[in-house]
Design a protein. Structure first.
Length: 767
């Protein structure tokens, strides 16, 4: 049945909608899937649909279930609908997040799962405390099998809709040699005894109730005449099953989402939920929103060229009526520090041309990438904000590592002592710490001295005295070590058990925290002494712009979803970094396609200008490694990009080893789409999701360069005594040169390509 043509008499919510948006609003009966591409007005469409149901009296507010993923989205939808149809929207009891609605339902039916309606919802800290109690009671080594690991596993099971009775032997083996299922059951029983539940229970309990109490299910099926779901591509298994049950009777369910923006599988999101919508609801209307109101044609063309390589998608083609604008720039730089310098310079130039800092974003694949940008922006006085996380030096693991360094550097640093004396856990409880504080105050000495003195008393239990003695001895030993400060940091983190603590942590954040520590150690290598580095950190931490000042935004691509900026810099587009080698190793082809969706999300955050950067060299785990551009760079369509390279002195070395063709990276820079040529030249196997390429093992360079780099890395930890004026040497960044002057461990070198530079002797090797 054709939809009515637009008319001046249309209600306000229909005015300004394009034809597909109107169709999504006016198609009210039966299942509807709205495929809303990036920047296509999804929120306006969803809001207008809700307003239409209320305005036309198809349903009362209490008869509509409208589910969002964030409280912010729920508030915005309620406010928008209120402006369109009046205060009636205030009476919508079933507009909210999955968990908020689940909690509302569960309080009505709590007795059906052994709870009272006034049950408590535990936060993460309470949940971990309870799990630790159960682990201890079960005589399981919590250091080997951390409570956080069990908590993450239980959360996964609940996201899949699995109760303890559903956990088979294979799943149970994932914790403590087969005891996972047993502890899950004990945890649920303990929650019931406490009249409590965690966030996963809010939906899992309701799913169980809907499955086992048909009268409750029938009541909700009658109650909800219409169901609307935002961000359907991000639903997990339990959310999917919950929605499908509620919608089976009337089938008036409208789901809005974008399969090309499904990037949260690590949270349990299942892309297949949106891909099989038509199978779940036969005869469903599928409406594609493809007119983009955000980005220029070149930006959309670049993004579409990348995402088109994915096979697991429903497919759509974004277009816009905006002017063509600038092409997406692809910039090759020599290394990570140059990448940060280049971005800083371009932001300053954009400011001079009238671009506001609030309209600029730097998007990275991993959190540890933010450190070089933060340090550079501090150095040039460029205000910035970190969104979706802490600034680099504010992250918990970084502050812990810095506390170790501060205590070694300054024994009287009581704040550092307090932070790490029981981190990781050493069996020093609050009472033991309080006694150290009492002695320190009584004798007017620093905590570290009081701790050493209390060992000669009977104030502490034998176990606490032994643990504290080991800690004090370790700190003294580290302080006496004659090691370069980066190596000292590595050794302290290992010997203190801090690294092992993170390695044992199976949560999604643990790997990123380890990467951050690696980046911290790498940052230390740029400073001659530990004191100089700690002073730099103090200055960085003290440099905080006022809250209302315009700032450039630095954030991960995941955190950027749903946001948009006039100017976007996409950093670190290299194989192994993006796509993430860890993701490819763990997830194969499925992870590769999710990484590509992440690239699509990244590009489409830009309204007017997008710049993609890749570096020829990255420092990974303290060693310089050659990098090659991301395969996603090779998938960018030629017509929508322009490329340039800032590599100079070392560029010939970078390119000389590709003998298969005159310029094996030409296709990458021009985005011709002839990816396999350069990828084969670079040693990438396109048939493998991981590409067979790992930055740490990539050695397709002239032997002399490999040997030089290996020497430079090893000598960086030992110091130099074998250099003399006039000697020919090699530097990783500046290439070959001749030593002009030597002053201690500092060299003045006349480089063949880069001119005279002052460098430390540990960063050169004999040429």
């Amino acid at each position: 049945m054709p939809l009515p043509a637009p008319s001046p008499a249309d209600p306000p919510y229909l005015r300004g909608l394009n034809d597909p948006q109107r169709e999504a609003v006016l198609t009210t009966e039966g299942p509807v899937l709205v495929l809303a591409g990036a920047g296509t007005g999804k929120t306006a469409c969803l809001t207008a649909r809700l307003a239409h149901l209320l305005y036309t009296r198809k349903a009362w507010p209490s008869e509509i279930l409208a589910v969002t993923f964030t409280n912010k989205a729920a508030r915005e939808m309620k406010a928008r609908v209120g402006r369109l149809v009046g205060e009636v929207v205030e009476g919508m009891p079933w507009l909210g997040t999955f968990h908020a609605i689940g909690a509302k339902m569960l309080r009505r039916h709590a007795e059906l799962v052994g709870l009272h309606s006034n049950f408590t919802i535990l936060d993460t800290d309470d949940q971990l405390r309870l799990l630790k109690q159960l682990i201890t009671a079960a005589d399981i080594d919590e250091k080997r099998f951390p409570a956080r690991q069990l908590g993450g596993l239980i959360d996964q099971w609940k996201n899949k809709g699995l109760t303890p009775a559903d956990i088979d032997a294979g799943e149970s083996e994932r914790y403590a040699n087969g005891r996972g299922g047993e502890l899950y059951a004990q945890y649920q029983a303990r929650l019931q005894a406490l009249n409590a539940c965690d966030f996963g229970d809010l939906l899992l309990h309701m799913l169980v109730i809907l499955k086992t109490h048909r009268d409750v299910l029938a009541d909700y099926q009658r109650r909800f005449k219409y169901i609307m779901v935002d961000e359907y591509q991000d639903t997990n298994a339990v959310q999917y099953l919950w929605l499908r049950l509620l919608a089976q009777e009337r089938k008036n369910i409208a789901c809005v989402g974008d399969d090309d923006q499904s990037i949260y599988s690590w949270r349990g999101a299942q892309l297949e939920n949106i891909l099989k919508f038509e199978k779940d609801f036969p005869g469903a209307a599928v409406i594609k929103l493809e007119q983009n109101y955000r980005s220029t044609p070149h930006i959309l063309g670049a993004a579409s060229g990348v995402i088109a390589q994915n096979s697991g998608r429903l497919g759509k083609t974004l277009w816009t009526e905006l002017d063509a604008g600038e092409k997406v720039r692809v910039v090759g730089v020599w290394d990570g520090p140059e990448e940060a310098r280049r971005v800083g310079e371009e932001i300053e130039a954009a400011q001079r041309n009238g671009t506001g800092l609030n309209d600029v974003a730097i998007l990275v694949r991993a959190q540890h990438q933010t450190r070089e940008f933060e340090d550079r922006f501090i150095a040039i006085g460029l205000p910035y904000r970190i969104v979706g996380g802490f600034r680099f030096y504010e992250r918990a693991e970084i502050r812990d590592a810095l506390a170790y360094l501060r205590l070694v550097h300054q024994p009287a640093d009581d704040l550092a002592f307090e932070r790490i004396v029981n981190t990781p856990k050493r069996g020093l409880g609050d009472k033991a710490i309080a006694k150290i504080h009492q002695l320190a105050r009584a004798e007017s000495v620093p905590l570290s001295i009081a701790a050493a003195r209390i060992l000669d008393t009977d104030e502490l239990t034998p176990q606490a005295r032994r643990s504290l003695g080991n800690f004090i001895g370790d700190v003294a030993r580290w302080r006496d070590m004659d090691l370069p400060h980066p190596e000292l940091a590595r050794q302290m983190l290992d010997e203190s058990g801090y690294t092992a603590m993170l390695q044992a942590d199976r949560s999604a954040e643990a790997a990123g925290r380890l990467e951050n520590l690696t980046e911290l150690v790498r940052a230390m290598e740029e400073y001659e002494t530990l004191g100089a580095f700690l002073e730099h950190v103090s200055l960085v931490m003290d440099n905080d712009a006022t809250a209302d000042e315009a700032k450039a935004t630095i954030m991960t691509i995941h955190a950027a979803k749903g946001l948009e900026f006039d100017t976007v810099f996409l950093a670190g587009w290299e194989e192994g970094l993006f796509p993430s080698q860890r993701a490819l190793d763990e997830g194969g082809l499925a992870s590769l396609e999710e990484e590509r969706r992440l690239a699509y999300v990244a590009i489409t955050r830009a309204r007017r200008r997008a710049t993609i950067l890749h570096a020829a060299n990255r420092r990974i785990y303290g060693q310089w490694n050659s990098s090659i551009p991301s395969r996603f760079v090779g998938e960018l369509p030629q017509d929508h990009i322009e490329s340039e390279s800032t590599m100079s002195g070392g560029e010939s070395l970078w390119r000389a080893n590709w003998s298969e063709r005159a310029d094996p990276f030409a296709d990458v820079g021009r985005g011709t789409g002839r990816g396999p040529g350069w990828q084969r030249a670079a040693g990438i196997d396109l048939k493998s999701p991981g590409g067979g390429f790992k930055p740490r093992t990539f050695t397709r360079e002239p032997a002399r360069v490999i040997e030089s780099r290996a020497s430079a890395v090893s000598l960086g930890n030992k110091g130099r005594a074998d250099l003399s004026v006039g000697m020919r040497v090699f530097h990783q960044k500046f290439g070959y040169g001749e030593i002009a002057e030597i002053e201690g461990n500092k060299l003045e070198i006349d480089f063949e390509q880069a001119g005279r530079k002052r460098v430390m002797d540990s960063f050169v090797s004999v040429g």
